[in-house]
Design a protein around this ligand. Sequence first.
Ligand SMILES: Cc1cc2nc3c(=O)[nH]c(=O)nc-3n(C[C@H](O)[C@H](O)[C@H](O)COP(=O)(O)OP(=O)(O)OC[C@H]3O[C@@H](n4cnc5c(N)ncnc54)[C@H](O)[C@@H]3O)c2cc1C
Length: 409
Amino acid sequence: MEPYVIVGNGVAAVNAIETIRARGNTSPIIVLTDQECAFYSRPSLYYIMLGRIRFEDAWGRPPEFYERNGADLRCSTTVASVDPEAHTVEIEGQGPLRYSRLLLATGTRGRFLPWADQDLRGIITLNTLLDVTNITDLLSDSRAAVIVGGGLTSIELVEVCRHWGVPTTFVMRGSHFLDRQLTREEAELIHERLRMGGADVRTGEEIVEVTGENGRVARAVMKSGEEIICDIAGCTVGVTTNKELAEAAGGETDRGIVVDDRMRTTVADVYAAGDVAQVRGPDGKPAPSEMLWYVAADMGRIAGDNMAGGDERYRKRVFLNAAEFCGVDFCGVGEIVPGQPDVETITIRDPAREGSARLVMRDGVMIGACFLGDIRLADIARGVIAQGARPSELPADHPLRLLLERRSP
Ligand SMILES: Cc1cc2nc3c(=O)[nH]c(=O)nc-3n(C[C@H](O)[C@H](O)[C@H](O)COP(=O)(O)OP(=O)(O)OC[C@H]3O[C@@H](n4cnc5c(N)ncnc54)[C@H](O)[C@@H]3O)c2cc1C
């Protein structure tokens, strides 16, 4: 029996394996990953560097997972190409391997900014366990860091540098941190916390060059001409999908690999799931990938089910992104992009917790909620959004009705 081959070993891949087996399918499964070890949680990398959890707490499944599920895990193994006619993948340095069905769960990689020589010691990103080793190694003898970007990974890097006592400049092009999810006022709370912790927050700025001395990062130059002496530079902004295998095999790609709601690519017997995949929407266009853990897991389950002969379809859930920034809990649910023209926004400030709740309505129906500080109502808000409910029609003692009564003038 030709095996199912899975390229990648992230959360999409392991959920596919579990679902294939849950359907009682006994086909051999071979997992090929250029990762050096078994599946681990990427969101945990940050907490490892803060010393809040140990390496071994980041394993996403117990060590016996692969054996128990009859999956042959081959680490440090890179797939170079796919030949859909021959139904083979070409393994770098090893040759072809046949598949009956193939899942591409290849995720993303950091997009390095062009002005930094990536070979300089001190250029960092955060995506893998190897990055954790590299960063902690560098931090032990660093004097100053510059971190570029206004997103989640960037602030995690800033926090890690602060935790290690390395003075850090946080440079972002936008007007504020996480500007696709937070308003300026909300972000100011985070900026303030960062500054209190010693970080130098620069908004509306850009790094245009990073130069080195003796192979190590030495300074970063900002658009304004100001130079920052540093020996660490976090130089990734956003991510690029690892879509090349599908692209070269003739599959349809956009920002990622385009799939239907059964996670089938346009190439026969080839599926894609997780951060690398973009599901075609009802309008036929590939929807932007949300690149979140639960989304990748959902897609992996759907891919596994369909590979094993099922007929499950992917249904997008209401967006939910939860994190902690500088000790402030954050949870964004649904549509919360600030400044949308056709929405009504209601903000409830919570001075006791230094936080706020922002509820976003369109035509009286709740479509988004952004919580900072107290995030306990986030799941309830998600349910209300999923139902398309109007807060004004919720029972009088519903927590969201009670929250709305505390709205700020
Ligand atoms: C630092 C960090 C923090 C995050 N925090 C959060 C969070 O708080 N909440 C949240 O929802 N999401 C978070 N995410 C995003 C989340 O981790 C991803 O959505 C999720 O890991 C995607 O899983 P995946 O299975 O699609 O891909 P990945 O986990 O990226 O796995 C891709 C796999 O493909 C393999 N691969 C790629 N190309 C090849 C090839 N040619 N040959 C062989 N193997 C290959 C890689 O080795 C890897 O095993 C975070 C991500 C990072 C990096």
